[in-house]
Design a protein around this ligand. Sequence first.
Ligand code: DON
Length: 302
Amino acid sequence: REPLRLRYRGATVTTVPPPSAGGVALAQALGMLERFEAGDSRAPQYAHLVVEALRRAFEDRARYLGDPDFVEVPLARLTSAEYLAERARGIPAAAARGAAQAPAPAGEAARGNTTHFSIVDAEGNRVAATLSLNHLFGSGILAAGVLLNNEMDDFSLAPEHPDSYRLRGGAANAVAPGKRPLSSMTPAFVEDGKGVLVLGAPGGPRIVSQVLLAVLDYVHAPVADLEAILGAPRYHHQWWPDRVEVEPEGFSAEWRSALQAKGHRIEAAKRKWGNMQIVFESKRDGRAVTASDPRGADVGWY
Ligand code: DON
């Protein structure tokens, strides 16, 4: 399948097509955000726009996305400028539009196990590869030395049954023999006048918001500051549950109040999340530099 390629404020972003839903969400969120003036993605006013773009992208995922070998995914329409302009028109300047409310599922989301590699070689070849067993040690079954994953959780059992990441979905992502489940994996390349950024991360649905924030931070800044991109606190929205999840100690009381004043419910996660890996190849001097998430492998995804 062809990679998904899009333009965002002069940068070319290359990412994955379905059955990963991550690339589509990234393309949709960027397409919606391009309708607004670029801003600081950690400032409350702009964070509100990012959250609303994520909400709409995850809503479309739940409604339309599934394995394209099994279901008709309206990919061209979902990523078209006309459709995204229409979706962005509904982003209210002042107030959050809540997701349909449903009772929160009990219990903690399961811990995950996903790895991302970002690679650039001396000949300029690039790899952004995210590999997932889904939960910690996958299914916990070793077959002939190979650890089996438990990606079945990435299918939607029924609209009222969220998966372990609390993602909801429907018929398009229902289980069928030979079908591939949706994924949130969002390996990406971003190329602009500054250079080429190769990135990705683990984190279940929080992969999408991590990569989106990193792309916004990279494209909106005049120089590539990898430490700033990786070190900045993260927030996340996935349509349902209807809340902005924030990393602990990442956001001030004023920040939270500003988002709450716009109608958002804020929920502090117990731990920081993600383990993003970046390579940046500069167009100025041709040098490639690498940077790893300061949260480190121990923090994992949650
Ligand atoms: O493909 C997906 O969306 C999930 N299997 C990813 C799980 C994940 O990132 C857990 N990570 N540490």
